[in-house]
Design a protein around this ligand. Structure first.
Ligand code: AMP
Ligand code: GLY
Length: 417
């Protein structure tokens, strides 16, 4: 099979690394890829999606896999389908589950799926009235895509009103904030739930947990994610069943009813409150860094699985009886500003570990840190402790100036380390 992967991060690198093991893979292309993906396949400098579809057609690409949300919400799947190409991901309209929080919340309400009580409005007076009815803390969200920054947890009513003012006026998030969601604060623990969907059917992946804050003990600013692990012992069978029955199934049925069957990865951001799963958000793609710990746990031919899903013919999935932990190594000034390029030194790769490259570029055959989240150290093992120990052993073998990483990934489930 010839595969095209759209995206440039650790998520896309990890998908490719998994595919590379598979005997049926002839070649892998990346658009645009990063400084290390060119060591696995070929990077393409084609930005226009129509041109990319033409490339895929001319080069007989068997399957295109879309990593990030932006191309999905721009309609890359719709474009590829007009060229009769196989592509794994949701249509532009189905991607609204992620690209519009207003659409997503109204969809949840319509389909009786549990979520925080909310108001969806573009009217300031209505917003103020609803804010006054809620207890503190409370949450204000911009409707559109804001690269993970459009959510503000407000400690009092005035802070929430100020956040609404800044969003509705366009001053904080431009057009993405011209409609807001105000919601009650849910106090629980978060899980990342992933289902591979073919429009009608789905298979669930191991439940993961992300670590969004920059610093240990969940302190510091929010980031794209500083580490993840799976499967999480916090998700017992009963909870997984509830998420499948009460969230994933009604979502697939609801999307069929909207005439937008959902094909792709349904990533449910779940808040578990007193054993009940509430949907915080949907994403319509693999999480990053969650994908990096999920790929090594799939005991299946991934290219066949995703190709079947893209054709509406999903079969079962086999998973490994293993655990994986991924520790993100970021550059010095992440997430505030960019840092200067720094040469990455890798001493050795210990057993049961591998490096996933993200924000890197290649200069004269050497890899340089060249982005916020630079790489992910993945370790695996028979339990979380072993997997975390291996991931951190790998971290000890990596160095570049200014590198930073959390020392407590998987803390919610580690017995000791
Ligand atoms: P979202 O992009 O909607 O997932 O929000 C980003 C983060 O904000 C989530 O991962 C949660 O940690 C937090 N968050 C969002 N909504 C709520 C809520 N209703 N209650 C508590 N925390 C929330
Ligand atoms: N790790 C969270 C995300 O990819 O949105």
């Amino acid at each position: 099979m010839k595969i095209l992967i759209i995206g440039s991060g650790g998520r896309e690198y990890s998908i490719a690394l998994k595919l590379k093991e598979e005997k049926n893979i002839e070649s892998i292309y990346f658009a645009p890829g990063n400084g290390a993906t060119s060591r696995i396949g070929q990077n393409l400098d084609i930005k226009d999606y129509k041109d990319l579809a033409k490339f895929a057609q001319e080069n007989e690409i068997d399957l295109t896999i879309v990593g990030p949300e932006a191309p999905l919400s721009d309609g890359v799947v719709d474009i590829f389908k007009t060229y009769n190409l196989n592509i794994f991901g949701p249509s532009k309209n189905a991607a609204r589950l992620e690209s519009s929080k207003a659409y997503m919340k109204d969809f949840l309400a319509k389909n009786n799926i549990k979520t925080a009580k909310y108001l969806n409005t573009d009217n300031k007076d209505e917003a103020y009235k609803f804010i006054d009815q809620l207890k503190t803390p409370l949450v204000v969200k911009a409707d559109g895509l804001c690269a993970g920054k459009g959510v503000i947890i407000c400690q009092d009513h005035q802070e929430a009103k100020n956040a609404v003012d800044d969003m509705l006026s366009g001053s904080s998030f431009g057009d993405a904030g011209k409609r807001v969601i105000i919601e009650e604060y849910l106090d629980g623990f978060e899980l990342s739930f992933f289902a591979i969907c073919d429009g009608k059917n789905f298979v669930s992946l191991p439940v993961a947990q992300d670590h969004k804050r920059l610093l240990d003990n969940d302190e510091g600013p929010n980031t794209g994610g500083m580490g993840a692990y799976a499967p999480s012992p916090l998700a017992n069978k009963n909870l997984i069943k509830k998420i499948e029955e009460e969230v994933v199934k009604p979502t697939l049925v609801g999307m069929q009813n909207e005439n937008e069957p959902f094909c792709g990865v349904l990533f449910v951001g779940v808040m578990v409150v007193e054993n009940e799963p509430y949907v915080l958000e949907f994403n319509v793609r693999f999480g990053d860094p969650e994908c990096e710990v999920l790929m090594p746990l799939i005991d299946e031919n991934l290219s066949e699985l995703l190709l079947d899903a893209s054709k509406g013919k999903l079969k079962d999935i086999k998973l490994k009886d293993n655990y994986a932990v991924g520790v993100v190594i970021a550059s010095e000034k992440y997430p505030y500003s960019s840092s200067k390029k720094e040469k990455i030194d890798v001493k050795q790769i210990p057993q049961n570990t591998h490096v996933i490259y993200a924000g890197v570029s290649e200069i004269d055959g050497e890899l340089y840190a060249d982005g916020g989240r630079v790489l992910v150290c993945v370790g695996y093992g028979k339990n979380i402790n072993e997997a975390a120990k291996n991931a951190y052993l790998l971290c000890d073998n990596i160095s570049f100036n200014g590198m930073q990483y959390r020392k407590d990934i998987a803390w919610q489930v580690l017995n000791e380390r």
